[in-house]
Design a protein around this ligand. Sequence first.
Ligand code: ATP
Ligand code: MG
Length: 405
Amino acid sequence: MQYDMIMVRYGELSTKGKNRSAFIGRLNGNITKALHEYPGLTIRPKRDRLHIELNGEDSQGVMDRLQQVFGIQNFSPSVKVPKDMTLVHEKVLELMKETAPEGSTFKVATKRSDHTFELDTNGMNLDIGDLLTEERPDLKVQMKHPDVTLRVEVRREAIYLSTTTIQGAGGLPVGSAGKAVLMLSGGIDSPVAGYLALKRGVDIEMVHFFSPPYTSENALAKAKQLTAKLTPYVGSIKFIQVPFTEIQETVKAGVPEGYLMTIQRRFMLRLADMIAHKRHALAIFNGESVGQVASQTLESMVAINDVTTMPIIRPVATMDKNEIIKVAEDIDTYDLSIMPFEDCCTIFAPPRPKTKPNLDKSRYYESKLDIDGLLQRAMDGIEITEIRSSDEFMNAEQDVISELL
Ligand code: ATP
Ligand code: MG
């Protein structure tokens, strides 16, 4: 079917009172960005919907992209017909031929914003119902849960017909909830945490710690590829890589084994905090899940969290591993995440980390190190890359940007 327009219905944002126009503006911007490969489109945000006029662009391609834009409840590809009932009849039959298989049940649902049109909603329902009874005797009218609902919308400029409604991604428009940094490892959990952050409208920048030569270029590339997997939801994501070797070597040499992990994590979090401030981010997201490993007990969180007052949001905190894996599969990060590249944390992981580290001891052991110098040198070694999409990433066309810190 050659569709003319896609009618997009807003998600949760319609309940946001006077912030509504800001939300619609943000969603409009995100949709425009997601559809930049289709220059022929006209995108018209309205109070209750957003209309995308296709102007001949490929409707399937456009809809595939729309499904990854947060803040959309659902959308319907529609056919635009001049306000002439003969033409409406022709298009109804054509549309039903393609979308209502033989023997389907159906109903007609008309909405009218142009009250001057010759037929009112009832009249329109009856007229089109009669037409279909006559021309498609195989179909059967059914008011409750029909196979096909033919929506007819009589507007000032034209009449729109649609039979298909596609679920959108839900959530809130990315950016409408502000910006945060995500601590991204190469594991399963943190990419899922990133996806969930984006879904709630939070724009994220990735912070990744790596420890050459203990970790390889492959491990770094994997973290970037995971980032690329999330770009369809936003357009592009900044990837901030932080050298962590000196800190890990120093901690390993100077801290009792039971506290290695806690103190490494305190350094990571301090750096994430410093980066967040420089990048004007308001919170830190990570992939911790309560009780999953030694560093993720509540006692550990107390000992690690101590170094920052910034909100730390853990989207997968209460999810079981299986539930996290399910999301990872849905967003296609799982296969990458399980690729066996060394991680900076596992390499320096003590065999028996304390599951209940003591806060005062953590502070005490750490106080013997040159904390400020270590942090400063790590910050000085930061490199930031803008990751736009998987394809681009695979072609290694990334811009390294240095203006940022
Ligand atoms: P993940 O699957 O996300 O790696 P995990 O279950 O392996 O999580 P940990 O290794 O304890 O758990 O890491 C907990 C969280 O700390 C991660 O989800 C991530 O947010 C952060 N983190 C761990 N390693 C790194 C790293 N190298 N760079 C950035 N953040 C990291
Ligand atoms: Mg990990």
